[in-house]
Each structure stands twice: as C-alpha cells, then as structure tokens.
Design a protein around this ligand. Structure first.
Ligand code: NAP
Length: 276
C-alpha cells in the first residue's frame, strides 16, 4: 500500500515527493528533467518542492512547464527567501513565484529559513496570502525546536517544517521530529539520499543486495519508514525517478534497521539542526 501523509488541512499525499533544486540550470538537461517530473507525477509522486531561490526562479519556471495540464494532480510547494520575508516582500515574492509556476495558488508556501525579519511579519503575510487564496497552507523550513516554539506563540497554523533528514543526518530524531509529531506538523525530509553521497556505503549495499533493490531505494525506504515524514528526493533523469518510486515497495525488516542503526546511530543527545 502506498505510504501517505496527511497535512493539517486534511490533504492526503504520497509520502514520496519530488525535489527540484538545480533543475532548469543546465539547458541540456531541461527536457529530461521535465520528463522526469511528469513521470513522477504519473507514478503518484505528486508533491513537488521548489523555491524562488533555486536557479533564481529557473526551477519554478521548469516546474511550471512540467505541471501544465496537471496542476490539479500536484501538491505544489515553494519558498520565500528570508531576505524577502517582510510583509510586503513575502506577498510579492509569492506572486512572482505563482507567475513563474503558471498557477494561481500554492498548496504550501514555506519560509526557506529564518532571517532578519520578525516571524510575526512573515506570518501575517502568509495569512493574507491564505485569505486571498494564493496559498492553501503555510509552513517553515530549517526551523529547530526553539524556532518552532517561538512560532507556536505567534500562530498554531504552521503546516510543515522542511529539514535535512537522511541516514547520515539523524539529529532531528532527538527532539524536532517528536515535537512536530506531537503538534501534528508533518516533517518534509530534504536531501533524503544526502545528494547521492551515501549511496556507496557498504551497509546499504548489503541490504540492497538482500532485497534486490538499489542503495538509493534502501536509503529512501528508511526515511519513509518514519512516521510523519515526507521525503522529496530530486531526480533529474527518468531512470532515477522510476528507481526512487521503487522505494515505496521496500519493506525493511528488523535486521536491516539494526544494521543501519549500527552504521548510523540515532542521536542520544540534542544536536544543532544541520542545513545544506
Ligand atoms: P537529494 O534528493 O538527496 O539528492 C539529489 C541527487 O541525487 C541528484 O544529484 C540526483 O541526480 C541524485 N539521485 C536521485 N535519485 C537517485 C538514484 N535513484 N540513484 C542515484 N542518484 C540519484 O538532494 P537534494 O536535491 O539536495 O534534496 C532534495 C530536494 O529537497 C531538493 O531538490 C529541494 O527541492 C529540497 N531541498 C530543500 C532545502 C531547504 O533548505 N528547504 C535544502 C536542500 C534541498 P539526478 O538529478 O541526476 O537524478
């Protein structure tokens, strides 16, 4: 059965989505990137994550092309840069993103990371965008527990926190993930295969061999095995997007979890939130 996640507004999506950082940057890769995103949507990986920052809007433009005619099937996420996140800046940044994406609403709009503007101001803009129908929900990215608590004092409407999470970066398991689960806030795991850097690992290779899968599929299945977590691997080729989709069929057993835990132990103390 496909793993799903439910957002606070009750929207249910497949827990395996698609990232888009660096997409649109290389003209020679463009056609394949568009095909890959479309294939991902057809396979049910309907969450697409982009940001105004990615390629200065190039990723959003490419996503706009990829989802044209398919908007209703997609759960679209974009992000405002902290340097734009004052009240007016957030609203105009969102409008620019919508234009590049060729749509009139985002399913989720995130503050990319904390910057110099007061959270209160950004949230007021998010609420205004929500009221005017330009976004369905809003959330944050790269927020640690202290940031989340500060945010909670301003509003309880945060719909997601997007953070770095993979086998190699387990710090959020100690405090942030339990906090988000307790508050009904989904965690979106970015760089779930550590941008490819963990795929040659011997433990992963052994488990992959046992299941007849690839190391990327095992690494993704491990992320997806966690409650309240949505993973957004970026795949710029048809081969990779199909392979990543195959992670949904992997059922890791006790032995696998134990081996992965020995190779990459869970944190037993609070660690600073890592960012890429
Ligand atoms: P990632 O998804 O962990 O890794 C992407 C890299 O892995 C690409 O080089 C990709 O190559 C390769 N890859 C994908 N599938 C593969 C497979 N099955 N086998 C081998 N290699 C594979 O890293 P990421 O792009 O940093 O993170 C994912 C998304 O999270 C981003 O694209 C972005 O949307 C989001 N993100 C958000 C933040 C934030 O601050 N909120 C920060 C970082 C990332 P190809 O492209 O050639 O397929």
């Amino acid at each position: 059965m496909t793993k799903t996640i439910i957002f606070p507004d009750k929207t249910k999506v497949c827990s395996l989505g698609q990232g888009t950082w660096y997409m649109g940057d290389d003209p020679d890769k463009r056609a394949e990137e568009i095909r890959s995103l479309r294939e991902g949507i057809d396979l049910g990986m309907t969450v697409i994550d982009t940001a105004e920052m990615y390629g200065n809007g190039r990723s959003e433009r490419l996503v706009g092309v990829a989802i044209s005619g398919q908007r209703h099937n997609v759960f679209l996420i974009s992000k405002v840069l902290p340097s734009n996140a004052d009240y007016e800046g957030t609203i105009t940044a969102c409008e620019r993103s919508l234009k590049r994406l060729g749509t009139d609403y985002l399913d989720l709009y995130l503050l990319h990371w904390r910057g110099r503007y007061p959270l209160q101001e950004t949230i007021e803009a998010m609420e205004e965008l929500q009221q005017s129908g330009k976004i369905r929900q809003w959330g944050v990215s790269n927020f640690n527990v202290d940031d989340m608590k500060e945010l909670e004092n301003i509003s309880e409407e945060c719909a997601a926190n997007e953070v770095l999470y993979n086998l190699y970066r387990r710090g959020t398991e100690y405090d942030l993930q339990p906090w988000c689960s307790k508050h009904g806030i989904p965690v979106i795991a970015y760089s779930p295969i550590e941008q490819g850097r963990i795929l040659d690992d011997t433990t992963l290779k052994c488990i992959a061999l046992k299941h007849g899968k690839t190391t990327a599929q095992i690494a993704l299945a491990w992320v997806l095995s966690h409650e309240n977590v949505l993973a957004i691997p970026k795949a710029g080729t048809l081969k990779h997007v199909k392979e990543n989709h195959g992670a949904l069929d992997v059922n890791l057993d006790k032995e696998d979890f134990q081996a992965l835990k020995e190779a990459w132990p869970a944190p037993d103390t609070k660690v600073p939130l890592e960012m890429l």
